[in-house]
Ligand binder design. Structure first.
Ligand code: GSH
Length: 242
């Protein structure tokens, strides 16, 4: 049985797993779990993962959740080029350092902007209050600054002059607010130059294939309405505001 990846490319962690597998010629079956239709809560997917989130990997009888664990599993199982997840103790530690930090920083803040700008107006019919939006933008900006100052410094990539899992995971998260129209690269030439390098390393066609969904959100309101998800998503929004 081929390796299976359960994905929805609206999701940043799904995009990193998707691109990593493709870039490294890892054969897999793309199993679409449509988040806009709530398929993650369906009975079928529940049998695969009680976590009810994507990405999920199934390799024979072995099921793995969590994008970072999946990326490391794929790197090790398929012995991808060393730069992705270096064997060198300290380089690997730096990749792990970034992967540990990003969850509660760029990922959390970029996702909040995505929800505030793309999802909340669809679900509630109203814009997020300005002070909440400003505060969320400040958090994102602080994370991006820390990314430049601590994780990137004057290097081409996070761990030096070659791309690693850390860069891939960073860029998919940076792209989430971009999909809602926020120019995160404005006044950030270092971030922009790094992003261009990562894109080039991944291959522009593959990058665009992975980001096509998030860069074309105009049909999202209709999609969510058509799939009857509005009422379902309201409690999620309420939680976010409490
Ligand atoms: N820490 C997890 C996060 C997974 C996650 O939050 N996935 C989101 C999409 S980005 C999801 O499936 N959300 C569905 C839901 O919460 O209903 C990872 O890195 O894989």
């Amino acid at each position: 049985m081929p390796l299976e990846l359960f994905l929805d490319l609206h999701s940043q962690p799904c995009r990193s797993v998707f691109m990593f597998a493709k870039k490294n010629n890892i054969q897999f079956e793309f199993k679409k779990i449509d988040l806009t239709a709530g398929q993650q809560y369906g009975e079928e997917f529940g049998k695969i993962s009680v976590v009810k989130k994507v990405p999920v990997m199934r390799d024979g009888d072995f099921v793995l959740t969590e994008s970072i664990a999946i990326l490391k599993y794929l790197a090790e199982k398929f012995r991808t080029a060393d730069h992705w997840y270096p064997a060198d103790l300290q380089k690997r530690a730096l990749v792990n350092e970034y992967l540990s930090w990003q969850h509660s920083a760029i990922r959390a803040h970029g996702s909040k902007i995505f929800w505030f700008r793309a999802m909340v107006p669809i679900i509630t019919g109203a814009e997020v209050p300005k002070e909440k939006m400003d505060s969320a933008m400040e958090d994102l900006s602080a994370s991006l600054q820390l990314f430049e100052d601590k994780f990137l410094q004057d290097r081409s990539f996070i761990v030096g002059d070659q791309i690693s899992l850390a860069d891939l995971v960073a860029l998919v998260e940076v792209m989430q607010p971009v999909g809602t129209g926020v120019d995160v690269f404005k006044d950030r030439p270092k971030l922009r130059a790094w992003s261009d390098r990562v894109k080039e390393e991944m291959g522009v066609a593959l990058f665009d294939e992975a980001h096509n969904t998030i860069m074309n959100l105009h049909s999202l309101p209709q999609t969510i309405q058509d799939k009857g998800m509005l009422e379902f998503l309201k409690p999620k929004i309420q939680k976010m505001f409490n």
